[in-house]
Design a protein around this ligand. Structure first.
Ligand SMILES: CCCCCCCCCCCC(=O)SCCNC(=O)CCNC(=O)[C@H](O)C(C)(C)COP(=O)(O)OP(=O)(O)OC[C@H]1O[C@@H](n2cnc3c(N)ncnc32)[C@H](O)[C@@H]1OP(=O)(O)O
Length: 237
């Protein structure tokens, strides 16, 4: 009886391990067992969130790895010394710009920021951006979740482009106001493993009339591995 129980438990563990390796089944299990809030809604129209519903997504949550938290703590300490500020991050672009509007002027939010479009923590991007006004620089600490896969186990190149465009965009907006990306030029130097933490460093190189030229790099947590280099042009509109 004891031997039979041990075999049964081993068998169940093998089945569970196999299930976890099946992406479609895993997704289905998430949907069945998880909170209903992350099932995709058929009604994409969301009313303006009340003040208490303005969730700041750049704060640590339970999906953050220890290395993500360490980097966050490092920049929070620098923020207390005054050189950097942590920028809040909402899940709709419009929320960033109309937070001060009186209730009557607030628009209906019908869209989601691309980088904040998943309702489950840790599946997509987890990130926080810090801005250094004196040096016209932004830093984005990010952790790439399993739904950002390109090549097996690695982040998709388009997802990398997205986090660079966003970090540079925030730097350009903080420096020059309303801008659009005109050109984004990327060299992928080494792959980024899903689940790992990395840091985007971005700076304004020069401003010519309406043109803001920036450069960016993505490195691993200790800065020793260069993953990506980019130059970005924003045009003031
Ligand atoms: C806190 C917030 C959080 C929340 C916010 C999160 C931040 C997210 C940021 C994401 C930003 C995006 O992805 S934006 C989405 C992707 N981008 C787009 O869809 C932009 C599409 N393109 C456009 O709308 C337009 O082409 C513009 C606006 C870029 C430029 O049009 P324009 O205003 O008519 O200006 P134009 O005269 O053509 O060009 C002005 C000058 O720029 C030069 N120029 C224009 N385009 C280019 C180019 N590709 N490469 C080189 N140079 C260029 C011109 O030669 C000229 O130089 P000279 O003759 O003056 O010397």
């Amino acid at each position: 009886m004891f031997k039979f129980s041990v075999r049964l438990i081993k068998g169940l563990m093998q089945v569970t391990a196999w299930l976890q390796e099946q992406p479609v089944l895993t997704n289905l299990l998430y949907r069945i067992s998880g909170p209903a809030s992350y099932l995709p809604s058929r009604d994409l129209t969301v009313t303006w969130p009340r003040a208490e519903e303005h969730k700041d997504f750049s704060l640590p949550n339970s999906s953050w790895s220890q290395s993500m938290r360490n980097l966050y703590n490092k920049y929070m300490e620098l923020s207390q010394q005054g050189s950097w500020i942590r920028l809040p991050s909402y899940n709709a672009t419009v929320t960033h710009f109309t937070e001060q509007c009186p209730n009557s002027a607030k628009p209906q939010v019908t869209t989601r920021l691309f980088t904040r479009n998943l309702d489950v923590e840790g599946l997509g991007f987890e990130y926080v951006v810090f801005y250094n006004q004196a040096e016209q620089r932004t830093v984005c600490i990010f952790q790439a979740g399993p739904y950002l896969e390109g090549s097996h186990g690695l982040i998709h190149g388009g997802a990398i482009a997205t986090i660079i465009d966003s970090t540079a965009g925030i730097c350009a907006i903080c420096t020059a106001g309303k801008v659009m990306t005109a050109n984004l030029n990327i060299n992928y130097r080494s792959p980024i493993v899903l689940g790992s933490t990395a840091e985007v460093q971005c700076r304004v190189d020069k401003i010519e009339d309406r043109k803001i030229f920036l450069s960016a790099e993505i490195r691993n947590v200790d800065g020793q591995v260069l993953h990506t280099e980019a130059t970005i042009l924003f045009v003031q509109v």
